[in-house]
Write a protein that binds this ligand. Structure first.
Ligand code: FAD
Length: 427
């Protein structure tokens, strides 16, 4: 049975079963090892295996190569595929992220030219937001596209673009409104840029983990991009970005569930066999408590992922907050679980005899990419204040349940309140 099968309907269960069997039977361990050794720079073979099973972008319409399934089914498949580690997980979810931009903002021609072949495994996409000058300050992007008649001329640099090494096209955010007074939200556009000799791709980072995922730097020097490759409105990149961030965050979280499961299974099997002081180490409560904590964190993580998936399926307005919470919560738990797993395994966990140290190196990235967890916190609190402060009278006001709830003279929030109270008392 698939992971969390009781949460899934028949369709989601069937697709997660397919993913589980593919992960179990069709991925060569030596290929994964070669990726971690940086000998394979992009897992195209694995990407093509996903495509052969029609598992890429399963929530997109069949017409474009998907399966017309929902978000819940998609995250169920991601939770299985995440078992292979973050680099494969990322290659798997990239069509979901890029596909969101194409399905929501693309013209029919763009969908047929890019979305369909991408879901068929014929094209690989990458998404380029981060620049050497900064990733968190996304709207400060300086790469630019100059209007030159029927095309743009693009100049600039993007860095840490995962999948760059294997990509056939890039979804790139560039500045198109060069007016210095233009609002940051109205000066960026999204372009689809085909790979060409003019787009320099350098695979140059000595990454701590998530190796073999193709992370590279892109340099554009007067790259000619036809106007029909504008995705969404001119200067409307913020719209595309805000939409793409939903799958970006959900898909950063969902594959982590598979990684957690892989680690906890290793630790459970190990502690069930390893002996110390004449008994299995799982019999020491300090050890089994680590496993209990890890399992609980994994299940709580799956819970928040499915919550976000349901919100996405139902177009709930809270989706941005829930997707950010999922990314934040799950990636932090993924890091904690990899540490618990290593701890449960003792010294051998710190070697490459078990893939535990690789999982730990992989997990650390998840707190950084697709928007750092600090940026997630900014989004979560922002959206929560927004929701709460607009809402009055819907729920019981717990404030009134306090013994001294009517002590208005003590409910001072600012200077004006204090003076108002003083003036009232003086009257
Ligand atoms: C392996 C890898 C793959 C990646 N893949 C991609 C990809 O495919 N496409 C892509 O575009 N990018 C990708 N990234 C980039 C990633 O998204 C950025 O690294 C990340 O968003 C952070 O940006 P930065 O590195 O410039 O750090 P900075 O933005 O410089 O942040 C540095 C620190 O400052 C904090 N900080 C910054 N601003 C604030 C604020 N307002 N409030 C609180 N704290 C703040 C951050 O949280 C962080 O702790 C990848 C990165 C790596 C390492």
């Amino acid at each position: 049975m698939s992971f969390n099968d009781f949460l899934l309907d028949t369709e989601a269960l069937a697709v997660s079963e397919e993913a589980r069997l593919m992960v179990r039977d069709e991925i060569d361990p030596e290929y994964l090892r070669a990726m971690d050794r940086d000998e394979i720079k992009f897992p195209r073979k694995i990407y093509e295996t996903f495509a052969r099973h029609n598992l890429l972008g399963i929530r997109f319409p069949k017409k474009y190569g998907g399966r017309g399934l929902n978000w819940v089914a998609a995250v169920a498949a991601m939770a299985e595929i995440g078992y292979l580690g973050t680099a494969c997980g990322c290659a798997y979810v990239m069509p979901d992220i890029v596909g969101e931009g194409l399905i929501r903002f693309g013209t029919e021609e763009q969908k047929m030219k890019y979305l369909k072949p991408m879901l068929e495994g014929k094209l690989v996409a990458a998404e380029a937001l981060t620049e050497p000058r900064g990733g968190s300050d996304f709207f400060g992007a300086t790469s630019r596209a100059i209007d030159n008649g029927d095309h743009f001329l693009v100049t600039g640099q993007k860095r840490f673009v995962v999948g760059a090494e294997g990509a056939d096209f890039f979804v790139v955010y560039v500045r198109t409104n060069l007016d210095p007074k233009a609002s940051p939200y109205e000066r960026i556009s999204t372009l689809i840029i085909d790979r060409s000799p003019k787009v320099e791709v350098k695979y140059l980072y000595g990454l701590m983990g998530t190796r073999g995922g193709g992370t590279g730097r892109l340099t554009f020097r007067n790259v000619k991009v036809p106007k029909e490759n504008l995705l969404g409105p001119l200067n409307g990149g913020a719209l595309v970005f805000n939409r793409m961030m939903i799958p970006e965050r959900i898909t950063s979280a969902a594959p982590c569930i598979g990684g957690m499961r892989a680690g906890l299974e290793l630790a459970a099997r190990y502690t069930d066999r390893r002996m110390a002081f004449g008994k299995k180490i799982r019999k020491f409560q300090l050890v089994s408590a680590m496993l209990a904590r890890g399992i609980t964190l994994m299940d709580a993580s799956a819970g928040i992922v499915y919550q976000a998936a349901l919100a996405a399926d139902r177009n709930d307005p809270r989706i941005r907050r829930l997707a950010s919470e999922a990314k934040r919560f799950v990636t932090d738990n993924s890091w904690e679980i990899s540490n618990l797993v290593m701890q449960m395994m003792g010294g051998i966990g710190y070697t490459n005899v078990y893939p535990v140290e690789r999982a730990l190196r992989d997990a650390r990235l998840c707190q950084i990419w697709t928007g750092t967890n600090q940026i997630m916190d900014l989004m979560i609190q922002h959206d929560y204040y927004d929701e709460l402060l607009k809402q009055t009278g819907k729920y019981r006001q717990s404030e009134l349940d306090a013994e001294n709830a009517t002590a208005e003279e003590e409910k001072i929030y600012d200077d004006d309140d204090m003076w108002r109270v003083l003036e009232t008392e003086n009257k």
